[in-house]
Design a protein around this ligand. Sequence first.
Ligand SMILES: [Zn+2]
Length: 213
Amino acid sequence: MRRTALALALAPLAAATALGQPTPRPTTTLPLAVTTALEGDAPVVDDAWIDAQLEQANLLFAPHGVAFVVVERHTMPERHARLENRRDRHLLGHRLHRQRVDAFFVRSLRDVDEPDRMRQGVHWRPRGEGYDPRAHYVIVSSIAGPTVLAHELGHYFGNGHSDVPGNVMSYERGDRPPFFDAAQGARIRGSLRRFLERGELVAADGVSPGPAR
Ligand SMILES: [Zn+2]
């Protein structure tokens, strides 16, 4: 017996509904601008390392209707490789790309509140003269675990920290794969809507999301 293309296309949706799982949402793919610090001539992390972080982020955001695709890759000078203080973080605010989610990759990122600690990543808003008050971006250190880009993008989309072990926004690992819960997913979609309405971001047209490459 032959099934029509439409029936095939709807089959996964029907299966998910029958199992009582959330209905798959339409996905909005957002353009990511990646900027990596250099040490000498070499980037502090390679493209494969960044792509692995991105793959985790796409897996975690997929159930909530957001995907990311790298549309630009840049490098920045060695003076931005080791971020020691707030000013070092602010300075990346001069390297932003219009209507992109900007992600910066550095060698190290010192905690600005507890200078004995190094951080794996941060979501940052530059403050001071010459910075757009709406500007924000994520910074990921070369010591980051696999879901740090996803965690910082979780902040980018308005989420705070979670106490639930295993949640992407928790510092504690759980015994199941990391996840954003339903409330966080709603916050992600609310932020997405605002970013698009204000023109701060635009969807990346004609690019497949590929969350599960
Ligand atoms: Zn955090």
